[in-house]
Design a protein around this ligand. Sequence first.
Ligand code: ADP
Ligand code: MG
Length: 475
Amino acid sequence: MSWETVIGLEIHVQLSTKSKLFSGGSTEFGAESNTHVDLVDMGLPGVLPVANREAFYKAIRFGLATGANINQTSSFDRKNYFYPDLPKGYQITQMEQPIIENGSIKISVDDYEKKINITRAHLEEDAGKSIHDMFEGETGVDLNRAGTPLLEIVSEPEISSAKEAVAYFKAIRQLVTFLDICDGNMAQGSMRCDVNVSIRKSGDKELGIRAELKNINSFKFIEKAINFEINRQIKLIENGESVVQETRLYDSDKNETRSMRSKEEANDYRYFPCPDLLPVIISDKELKEIKENLPELPEEKEIRYVNEIGLEESEATIIASSKTMANMFEEASSKTDDAGLVAKWLVGDVSALLNKNNIDIDESNLSPENFGKLIERISDGTISGKIAKSVLEEVWETASDVDQIIESKGLIQIQDENLLENVAKKIIESNPDQVKAYKSGKDKLFGFFVGQVMKETQGKANPKTVNEILIGLLK
Ligand code: ADP
Ligand code: MG
């Protein structure tokens, strides 16, 4: 029997507003527990929420960038449930009239591209956090996160494999970071996702029964959890049993999913319009202003890099793939006339280090400013390309300042022709056999002499000057 996988993702994106969705409480991450909590976030009786317009503007940017409908009138509902980190006893969300509907995003997987439709994206408030590891035998509640604005992005059930799901998540992350509406920091929980997975017989029209995998927060785990779940469901069905609709938890230590609770239905939550909040109306003027100030998106960047700056298409694709990488390129390009050199370093040595360490550029120690300095020092002749490599490696390990590394290690390129000529003469004198062979036509040996001079100067000689000197001496 051949089976087809169907996946739909619900991604919670933490919007990078300064204050919360319904209060003036700060959204800053990492503060001491319960210090960023307003009366509204505590759910005290008698206080009223006020909607933060900035959150709407950020949501609208996402809608515009995905070609979606922007509902200029949207409203809030209460989703009722009990949990210690939700003191009000309900979450304020948009059930009936979400701000965004019917968008789409392009993903690329291996050698094909696919469009994934986005059903809706709605605003809602985050809950607090239960802290299980701080007090012996007791659970603490930290409400700092309560009320932080989230944009929940819901995809159509059109994703067909774990790989596509990861590609979709990455595309959303790329977009929200370029739009500057979320910092994309997965380790801090700025993006979290619930994965709905079902299988059906190949060719079937009807959807199978799904399991919902909760709160998976890394690319690697999305892929593993889905693949585990697909196999589990196939085995069940092939053994004559059936999948039950339920919420499952992915355990990354054991690489398995476990049942958490049976899936709740919408009516379990007793949704009703939030009586404390009026519908929010976005004027044509506001919408126009947001449209006009939309930042440059990855695809537009890619085209500009090729057409206006003259990069190879493959270089432009890699560089425009992440906001940090694009920032680095643009920052460093302003320090030199040679944008091609900048691209070469990013696509070459920097990407190689990223691959080797299997990290994203924003997780690395390399900052756009420091990378810009590195390029500046190469193009003004302070250091050779070879030394630059070792400086880059040092920055990679220690995040130290490029100029400081160059100075403290005495890496400044040797330009002094007299000094270099003396070194070259010494090399020629001590290698008579190679000189003879070279002069009788073994041209390739030229590289040997260059190499020896570089070695003698610990890689600090200016290679161009060395070449010129050796050509003269070996005539
Ligand atoms: P709920 O809000 O109860 O989780 P929704 O109908 O809003 O349910 O769907 C949530 C997500 O689940 C969407 O991304 C949707 O595409 C996906 N989904 C719905 N049905 C299935 C299914 N049978 N198999 C896989 N994904 C599904
Ligand atoms: Mg759900």
